[in-house]
Design a protein around this ligand. Structure first.
Ligand code: SF4
Length: 429
């Protein structure tokens, strides 16, 4: 059984572990079933993530008293003692020791010492039926003042381009029609002079993958060169950009150690829209960073509104021990952080609903993922919007790519739309 918390990089890594286990004939069980072996991949991005990681370890032991429990991930790297206290019998591996975790898994599966278990490059890849997460980079060398991730994952390291291409080909051969390029700071990708735009150009030229999505990218890495790759890709690079903002106040951005200001972020959003008018831009924002007063937060909300975003991910600031921000004066009390986060979430819901409403009457290119039980299938559009539609022949749309005319906002969810299928491309076989 695999319990995974946190970001898309964690997901890509555990998908790869799952694929390796299945390749060896191991049943990877549903979390409700009793397992002989449990892998818990933890997260430390906030205090809540740390708590959930400890709970996941305790739950793994409680539900599987006789199991081997292997714990890894960012919380294991930063605070292994707390996880060991949650389950003294668990084996803990920090991020640098994930190779040892694979070796231990191999030893458990083949006690006589069979062939060593090796992961795909950077432990990337996916068992998801439609979308595959391909890890291209790990770690970060930016040191934003609030962030513990550079300590948990170390400096930025890129996966060699040949290994990324092999992972993409493997995903395509397994039936995936979309890949999501993931990294902790994917825009810093660099392999023998090849940056992220060059890597994507090679993926386009040397693989047959139909859809390429970026998981998230720092504002300064959304260059004209990258946008040109997207425009030249013939629709294979998806017009969906997740660009963390974190604050709409320049003083707070400086205190955060971010490498841009609001003017350059606004110019970037405008440039994306000018280059790809149908593109969706999502942002992250942190509520209650030290020194953020009501006026700074009000500026953040106003700035977010001005950007016409398709989505906003709101995080309450969480002091991570050992980071510069945790020692800053002007810590915001938890009631204020909670109120600001609630305001941010309301703004986010309105942004998602407004983006969905703007799609009515347009066409969307959708990769269908699952049935809704009423004859309709749900999938993500190129913009990441959730779209549902039914096939006129009633046949399965799983892993089909369809052109959908968006007809209305979904009455069941203001951030989803329903439409009519105009064309469908099912997987052969
Ligand atoms: S860019 Fe900043 S927020 Fe993102 S992982 Fe690196 S240090 Fe953390």
């Amino acid at each position: 059984m695999i319990a995974n918390l946190g970001c898309k990089v964690n997901q890509a890594e555990m998908d790869a572990v799952e694929r390796l286990l299945r390749a060896r004939g191991v049943d990877v069980l549903d979390p409700r079933e009793r397992a002989d072996l449990v892998v818990v991949n933890t997260c430390t991005v906030t205090g809540i993530a740390d708590r959930k990681s400890r709970q996941a370890v305790r739950r793994a032991r409680r539900n599987n008293p006789a199991a081997r429990v292997l714990v890894t991930g960012c919380s294991a790297a930063v605070d292994p003692e707390a996880l060991a206290a949650a389950d003294p019998a668990a084996s803990i591996f920090d991020n640098e020791s994930k190779g040892e975790l694979l070796a231990e898994l191999a030893a458990l599966l083949e006690p006589s010492g069979g062939r060593p278990m090796t992961g795909p490059a950077g432990m990337g890849g996916s068992v998801d039926r439609t979308r595959a997460f391909v890890k291209i980079e790990d770690g970060c060398s930016f040191h934003c003042t609030y962030c513990i991730i550079p300590r948990a994952r170390g400096p930025a390291r890129s996966v060699a381009a040949v290994a990324v291409l092999a992972d993409v080909e493997r995903a395509v051969a397994a039936g995936h029609r979309e890949i999501v390029l993931t990294g902790i700071n994917a825009g810093t990708y660099s392999d023998a002079g090849l940056g992220l735009p060059g890597l994507v150009r090679r993926i386009l030229a040397e693989t047959t993958v139909e859809r390429i999505r970026l998981s998230s990218i720092e504002p300064q890495h959304v260059t004209d060169e990258l946008l040109a790759v997207w425009v030249d890709s013939g629709g294979r690079c998806l017009p969906h950009f997740h660009i963390p903002l974190q604050s709409g106040d320049d003083t707070i951005l400086r205190r955060m150690g971010r490498r841009y200001d609001t003017a350059s972020y606004a110019a970037l959003a405008a440039r994306v829209r000018r280059t790809m008018p149908a593109a969706a831009v999502h942002a992250d924002v942190i509520a209650g960073f030290p020194g953020e007063d009501d006026a700074a937060w009000a500026r953040t909300l106003a700035f977010l509104r001005s950007l016409e975003l398709a989505g906003v991910h709101v995080f309450r600031y969480s002091a991570r021990p050992g980071t510069p921000a945790a020692r800053m004066v002007g810590q915001v009390d938890s009631g204020t952080k909670k109120r600001r986060a609630a305001e941010g979430l309301a703004l986010a819901a309105a942004a998602r609903a407004s983006f969905a409403a703007r799609q009515v009457g347009r066409e969307a290119n959708v990769l269908f993922e699952r049935p809704l039980g009423d004859g309709r299938w749900l999938g993500h559009a190129a913009t990441h919007l959730l779209v549902s539609a039914a096939a006129s022949d009633g046949a399965s749309l799983e892993n089909a790519i369809g052109l959908v005319r968006v007809e209305a906002v979904d009455p069941a969810a203001a951030d989803r739309v329903v439409g009519r299928l105009l064309e469908v491309d099912r997987r052969p076989g």
